[in-house]
Design a protein around this ligand. Sequence first.
Ligand code: FAD
Ligand code: NDP
Ligand SMILES: CC(C)=CCC[C@@H](C)[C@H]1CC[C@H]2C3=C(CC[C@]12C)[C@@]1(C)CC[C@H](O)C[C@@H]1CC3
Length: 443
Amino acid sequence: MSLSKPKYKKKLFNVHVDLIDILEIDTENQTVRVEPLVTMGQLTATLDPLGWTIPIVPELDDLTVGGLVMGTGVESSSHKYGLFQHICVSYELVLADGSVVTCSKDSDPDLFYAVPWSYGTLGFLTAAVIKIIPAKNPVNLSYVASDLSETFCNMLIEHSVRRLPGRPMYTLDEAVKLFEEESMKKGENDFVEGLMFSLNETVIMTGTMSDTCELDKLNEIGKWYKPWFFTHVRNFLKTGPGYEYVPLREYYHRHTRPLFWEIENIIPFGNNVIFRFLLGWMMPPKVSLLKVTETKAITDLYENNHIIQDLLVPVKSLKESIITFHKAVEVYPVWLCPFNLANDPGMVHPAADREQMYVDVGVYGVPKVPEGKTYHSVNTTREIEDFVEKVGGFQMLYADSYRTKEEFRKMFNHKLYDRLRQRLECNKAFPDVYDKVNKRARS
Ligand SMILES: Cc1cc2nc3c(=O)[nH]c(=O)nc-3n(C[C@H](O)[C@H](O)[C@H](O)COP(=O)(O)OP(=O)(O)OC[C@H]3O[C@@H](n4cnc5c(N)ncnc54)[C@H](O)[C@@H]3O)c2cc1C
Ligand SMILES: NC(=O)C1=CN([C@@H]2O[C@H](COP(=O)(O)OP(=O)(O)OC[C@H]3O[C@@H](n4cnc5c(N)ncnc54)[C@H](OP(=O)(O)O)[C@@H]3O)[C@@H](O)[C@H]2O)C=CC1
Ligand SMILES: CC(C)=CCC[C@@H](C)[C@H]1CC[C@H]2C3=C(CC[C@]12C)[C@@]1(C)CC[C@H](O)C[C@@H]1CC3
């Protein structure tokens, strides 16, 4: 589920295993045991009718448990539950020597904490046990629309940012503060998410699972003829704050049909009401299909004129991050998703060495460049990466990384990883993580 082409698959020995099943739902211990090719869409379709859910459901239906464990997963409930690895209880792995082991926090903490972000370079995942929680349906979803103060916007006149008049006003500080406050209300908010439509237009959404529903406020946003979710959210900038009830599964997969907002570049007329009614049921095209049918011209276009990055920064650096990314690429909408980062060992842990609230800033789209200038994807991405590293953040590795090996090892703590690679003699069977995720190293 990424733009990158895993060229190593042409050189390395490929293990083809169809492990696609949900193996066991244990409601007593509140866990589900699954094979790695189980997808998020498959899990919610099975668990939700039974009144259960996994606490974090990363939004795109086709994301797999294997990919999310070995990479990472984040979602609008992550402010409560953390990243995908934080809801995992144990992993069953085939190691470099061909042995099969099961590891958990208690049985082999070193291996358990080293697996996330290792991208399959410590072992091959054959099963995972994941926590489940009781689910209530639907989600009561509130939308708060904000725009930023005159003073702040005047400061940004050099970027020709325009304020739209007549809506409630917050300073950027207030908008960020509101987002941070809502993220901290772990008991009250089951879901927190923000969509920025420009530097001065943000909609912050908070949701709770509810067992009651006002029928006139029910909105089945997942139906094929409904507008793309981000365009629906954008409307709240015009209408002002509001709330509605959304069926739980449709809420979880709200960004699937428009691939966040990337579909706009692929099928520009896809949100037209006639198209939606007649052909909306065919949407979205499979990402894997788009990838296998992609021509060199399209690959180059995405590589040179597009940015897809998820930048994970401490929430206290959110304002600075927004301004930095705006200056670098001015891409909107921007996805804001808070997540709690536990102080666990492994590749990724909080800059402050204690549990800390982070935020995923998702930047997907075509960068805006001032007239007469050209966009340099490598230079710009490297500048962004430098900033993220400076504030104690991380880059999600499904996206292209331009770090050198030394820089990469600075951003991601390799202490435990190196120890495990040595202990399990991984060199004999698996490449190093940098050689799998870094664009240049990979090709
Ligand atoms: C022909 C092909 C080409 C590919 N090319 C690339 C590529 O170029 N680059 C790349 O990165 N990846 C590629 N992939 C891999 C693909 O991206 C991954 O397999 C992805 O992680 C899973 O998505 P999927 O579309 O295969 O999922 P699906 O095929 O939808 O699901 C995965 C498995 O789960 C099963 N399943 C799905 N839903 C259910 C359900 N409700 N109940 C029971 N079983 C279910 C399916 O039968 C399938 O076996 C390719 C895969 C294929 C098949
Ligand atoms: N909301 C979210 O959190 C979102 C997350 N993502 C990202 O998407 C990726 C998941 O996509 P998905 O298509 O499911 O996964 P991929 O097929 O892209 O796999 C991701 C990585 O995990 C490795 N991997 C997958 N399965 C196994 C396994 N059984 N054992 C060992 N290694 C394995 C792959 O190794 P190999 O290359 O060798 O196959 C690859 O390096 C994650 O990286 C995630 O960060 C993307 C969009 C949204
Ligand atoms: C929420 C998080 C953490 C990430 C969301 C990222 C997605 C927006 C991207 C993940 C894979 C991307 C791909 C494309 C668009 C953006 C993503 C869905 C394409 C469909 C764009 C068109 C290309 O031809 C193929 C791409 C495949 C991957």
